[in-house]
Design a protein around this ligand. Structure first.
Ligand code: HEC
Length: 328
């Protein structure tokens, strides 16, 4: 009897005043997802967010996205001596004492919870109540949010199969390689799950990465590992070719999964697209089952450099850095 009363008091105390603890593994709520679009891309629903700098310059859409100054992961940035502070939840809602109302004042009026005016580099935003709610929800998840396709027990990996017989061979190779990774315990206890689509854009918000997508247009924000078809420009450097002239072969599909699995292991227990790209860039003479050793780098997106066909091309002039090294 007394135990039951004590338990009741305990439960009542937990649910009364303190805000519900944030579950780092729960998927983002609808509001937090909306906040993420504002924070990362400057989009409120399908409308660009508008902000204004104190000097009168108007910012819109991607230019007004919080991530531009506060970093995609909320760790802050500095430029020319001006600091956009980290917005991690333990700082913002802990030490700095923000709540929803204080956040609304910071965004709309440019003052902090103590009424101190914020640096003029922080834009003033005209946001509706729902957008403030959304940002408030997302900012609490900034440190623990993961990119699309990552769940507590699985990682979704997208692919687009080539037509016909080649498609069957590629699918079989992908499935076999994925099954091997999963049979060995997966990656940080997450299973790889293959998601098939005919349009890679349709699964951009469902998968962490694409492997062997047989498509010439790829979504701009999703890293992709070869075999890759010739495609449009890749300004963000998210596409990783295995070989120069890719064939939709089983060997390349297998290698793509092996490369992905290694990159995911290196990316750590909270894999993000950015972490996968950094991990891919760290692969050096990596051995796969069917291809020669391959590697990538910050400025290298082709895994296996093959000698160019035809007569040997004249040697490229050394870069200034290489020349400096050579004379040392
Ligand atoms: C153009 C760069 C820029 C953009 C875009 C930007 N900020 Fe800021 N933000 C700053 C700077 C610089 C400060 C520092 C102000 C200061 O400390 O005086 C700041 C401060 C803040 C603060 C106050 C932090 C504190 O510790 O008091 C909050 C909250 C904030 N920003 C949220 C946001 C949100 C949310 C967005 C997107 C809707 C955003 N910011 C977009 C540059 C930016």
């Amino acid at each position: 009897m007394r135990r039951a009363a004590a338990l009741f008091l305990l439960l009542a105390a937990c649910s009364a005043s303190s805000p519900a603890p944030v579950d780092p593994d729960a998927p983002l709520s609808v509001a937090a997802r909306a906040g993420k679009a504002i924070y990362q891309r400057g989009l409120a629903g399908d409308r660009p967010v508008a902000g204004k700098l104190a000097i009168g310059v108007a910012l819109e859409g991607a230019a007004a996205a919080c991530a531009r100054c506060h970093g995609a992961d909320g760790s802050g940035s500095s430029e020319g001596g001006r600091v956009a502070p980290a917005l991690l939840p333990h700082l913002l809602f802990g030490q700095r004492g923000y709540d929803r109302a204080a956040l609304a004042r910071a965004l709309g009026d440019g003052v902090d919870p103590a009424g101190r005016p914020l640096d003029s580099l922080m834009p003033r935003y005209r946001l509706e109540g729902a957008a403030i709610d959304a940002l408030h929800a997302y900012l609490q998840r900034l440190a623990t949010d993961v990119d699309p396709g990552v769940e507590a027990d699985r990682i979704h990996v997208g692919t687009v199969l080539p037509a016909g017989r080649a498609g069957k061979a590629v699918l079989q190779a992908l499935e076999t390689a994925v099954a091997e990774v999963n049979a060995a315990g997966g990656i940080y206890r997450r299973r790889l799950v293959l998601v098939l689509a005919s349009d890679p854009g349709a699964i951009a918000e469902e998968v962490l990465v694409l492997v062997a997508p047989a498509a010439t247009v790829l979504p701009a924000s999703v890293p992709a590992i070869g075999p890759l078809l010739p495609r449009e420009e890749d300004p963000l450097g998210l596409t990783f070719d295995l070989v120069r002239a890719p064939a939709a072969s089983a060997a390349e599909a297998t290698a793509a999964i092996e490369v992905l699995a290694e990159a995911l292991r290196r990316a750590g227990a909270r894999p993000t697209r950015a972490a996968v790209v950094r991990a891919l860039e760290s692969l050096h003479r990596f051995e796969t089952t069917g291809l020669p050793p391959l590697g990538f780098g910050p400025n290298r997106r082709l895994g296996i450099r093959q000698p160019p066909p035809g007569p040997a091309a004249p040697a490229a002039p050394p870069t200034p850095a290489a020349a400096a090294r050579a004379t040392r």
